[in-house]
Design a protein around this ligand. Structure first.
Ligand code: SF4
Length: 662
């Protein structure tokens, strides 16, 4: 048997490590942290898509309606010349870059470096579509936009509140930690808009009306304040804003919240007491909170709830559970249009100039760039003329994708760097074949901010190249300084230099150890990362969804994830084992609602919103009346609304729809 290589799972942000046999490409679980010998079906079959017969193997150029192979040298020269021409004609902000939460830290670091040296902050990644609302809310309250504690802490808390998040399907291995917590005596509370698989495991399962999370959080705070269950000393010494919260939640009695949320007032009271009296606790949340027009405010409300009880640092943790395997790394490396690496604001002159100096220039652009979700209007208006995409598939992953596809057609230059001919790549002028995760080395950061090294298992397929090599060639062709890297490790060492916490750490340590936490394992233990060291409690009021059900579109459409599939399906739908495991995708409907429309379990239906239609078979049950839940992976974004919250995330979780039996 050949030597097994340790590789970071290419799927979710939990960050399991896989042991891959280079000869057979079979996968076994890594025994150490964080997965402790466990893997979910996606991880176990992670190499199957790599072996798919339709991988891109050569650079391609569109010539009219045809796509023809060209050499790497020609492709990179032509792309660089076209980008420079567009900058000359329209300025640097006419060009935008989309980074990838599936490629390594080094690759995200390089792409944002290219964008900023090119002269624009138009660099973003799909964190915008999932947890950017969490980043904005956490930065406002505690001063740092990331998960506060490691997974291991979950096992020692007295209560775990899981809100708008279904770990049993999205991060199955974290359920192992939650089970151990339960065995240790923790109470598990799950709040969701349907009966999820995680809810089956909970002590309290609260099915909430979509879009009413703030009312529930405020009502729980109402009970905690009224019954004086809060941590008075913590509030006095470590927070500001308590009196505003006290005033704001006064009207949110459990009985008032019952009318809004559909959860009985007595249950709200019981759960608030259980949560408060546990003595320590975690709140884990997902896109059920963030993908709303009220996304930032939803997250603020649950952070307030934790802080009232001092559930942070040693006694608790805030866990915005990340979707993709390197979404945390992409954001931390600076692939966001409003932040430099380390989430440092563009306006921080001292840090900005330090980064500029390391990159060999005087200064960097200071104007916020466009959010990923703002690009489509900018393309429609002619403000953005060229788009360079690494490993993203916006023609399927963006809300209301029909509009996105129209915008992609309008571009003067579209470059897509990917491993497959994705739906987005079909619109591209140039398609660059990238190597898959196990064909290259690189570092990745999981949801708990653990940087881990992923080792190369096999050679790149055909003429494909690792993304970092392609970007190094592009940087050189654009004439940017500092793109003379002779190895990947030189890029790792360069990003280490940006963070004081990594200055004394070595790339070798990263390659051989159990990972390095950035900035450190547990945050906010003694003081918060705010200017005065205190957390700022921020009171929030309910915000209505952008689109409401009416007589024409009477149902609420929400999107959900499935255990064996992943995002736009480009990887999992090419994995025969996962496709077999999952079977046919189905839309979830309430049984009574379905009967009224003459729909039976397994019937074909058409789901329609003001933006488009999707056809699927029906699965009855597990969904409250008035709600229709569509798996996200199967073109659900033909239906979703592009209304944005303050962090630029669309309201994927709430649209008005109608259903018709076919
Ligand atoms: Fe991969 Fe996430 Fe499954 Fe772990 S839980 S094997 S990281 S998909």
């Amino acid at each position: 048997m050949s030597e097994l290589k340790t590789v970071v799972c290419p799927y979710c942000g939990f960050g399991c490590r896989l042991l891959v046999d280079p000869r057979t490409m079979r996968v076994k679980p890594y025994k150490g942290e964080p997965n402790r010998g466990k893997l979910c079906p996606k991880g176990l079959h992670a190499t199957e898509f790599v072996l798919s017969g339709d991988r891109l193997k050569r650079p391609l150029r569109r010539e009219g309606v045809r796509i023809r192979p060209i050499s790497w040298g020609q492709a990179i020269d032509e792309i660089a010349n076209r980008l420079l021409e567009i900058r000359e004609l329209y300025g640097p902000d006419a060009v935008a870059f989309i980074a990838s939460s599936k490629v390594s830290n080094e690759e995200n670091y390089l792409l944002q470096k290219i964008a900023r040296l090119f002269g624009t902050n138009n660099i973003d990644n799909c964190a915008r579509l999932c947890h950017e609302a969490s980043v904005h809310a956490l930065k406002m309250v505690v001063g740092a936009g990331t998960q506060t504690n490691p997974y291991e802490d979950l096992e020692r808390f007295g209560v775990i509140l899981i809100w708008g998040y279904n770990p049993a399907e999205t991060h199955p291995v974290v359920m192992d930690y939650i089970s151990r917590a339960k065995k240790n005596g923790a109470k598990i509370i799950v709040v969701d808009v349907r009966e999820t698989t995680s809810m089956a495991f909970a002590d309290y399962g609260l099915v909430i009306k979509p879009g009413t999370d703030i009312a529930l959080a405020n009502a729980m705070m109402h009970v905690i304040i009224r019954e004086e269950l809060y941590d008075d000393e913590f509030i006095r010494t470590r927070t500001t804003g308590f009196s505003e919260i006290r005033m704001a939640v006064r009207k949110y009695t459990p009985e008032y919240a019952e009318k809004v949320t559909g959860i009985p007032g007595e249950t709200i009271r019981k759960v608030a007491r259980e949560f408060a009296l546990a003595g320590s606790g975690a709140i884990m949340w997902g896109m059920g909170l963030t993908q709303h027009v009220s996304g930032v405010e939803n997250v603020l409300a649950v952070i307030d709830l934790a802080l009232l009880l001092g559930y942070i640092g040693e006694r608790g943790g805030l866990y915005p559970m990340r979707g993709q395997n390197n979404v945390q790394g992409a954001a931390y490396m600076g692939a966001l249009s409003e932040f430099l690496p380390g989430y440092v604001p563009l306006t921080d002159e001292r840090f900005r100039k330090r980064v500029a100096k390391i990159w060999g220039v005087e200064d960097l652009p200071t104007e916020r760039g466009l959010y990923l979700t703002e690009l489509w209007e900018a393309i429609e208006n002619g403000d953005v003329r060229a788009l360079y995409i690494v490993g993203e598939n916006p023609a399927v992953s963006e809300a209301n994708f029909a509009r996105v596809r129209e915008a992609l057609r309008k571009l003067d230059l579209l470059v897509v760097q990917d491993i497959f001919m994705t739906r987005t790549a079909r619109y591209a002028h140039y398609i660059l074949p990238a190597s898959a995760f196990c064909e290259k080395d690189g570092s990745y950061m999981n949801s708990e901010r653990r940087i881990q090294w992923s080792h190369k298992v096999c050679e790149p397929l055909g003429d494909s190249k690792p993304d970092w090599e392609i970007l190094t060639m592009l940087g050189r062709a654009l004439g940017l300084p500092g793109f003379d890297y002779a190895s990947l490790e030189e890029i790792t060492a360069e990003y280490f230099r940006l963070f004081p916490e990594l200055e004394d750490r070595s790339v070798e340590e990263l390659k051989t150890g159990e990972g390095i936490f950035l900035p450190r394992k547990r945050l906010h233990t003694w003081e918060f990362s705010t200017p005065d060291g205190k957390a700022r409690l921020i009171a929030v009021e309910r915000i209505s969804p952008w689109e409401k059900p009416d007589s024409e579109y009477p149902f609420i459409l929400t999107t959900v994830r499935l255990i064996s599939h992943y995002n736009t399906g480009e990887m999992t739908l090419r994995s025969p084992s996962l496709v077999r495991f999952m079977g046919e995708p189905k839309v979830f409907m309430n049984t009574m609602d379905a009967r009224k429309l003459g729909i039976d379990d397994g019937d074909w239906v058409e789901i329609e919103t003001r933006r488009g239609r999707v056809r699927m078979r029906v699965k009855l049950g597990k969904v409250p009346p008035g709600v229709v839940a569509v798996p996200f992976h199967f073109k659900a974004n033909r239906l979703t609304s592009e209304a944005l919250n303050k962090a630029g995330t669309p309201e994927f979780k709430f649209s008005a729809c109608r259903v018709r039996k076919l």
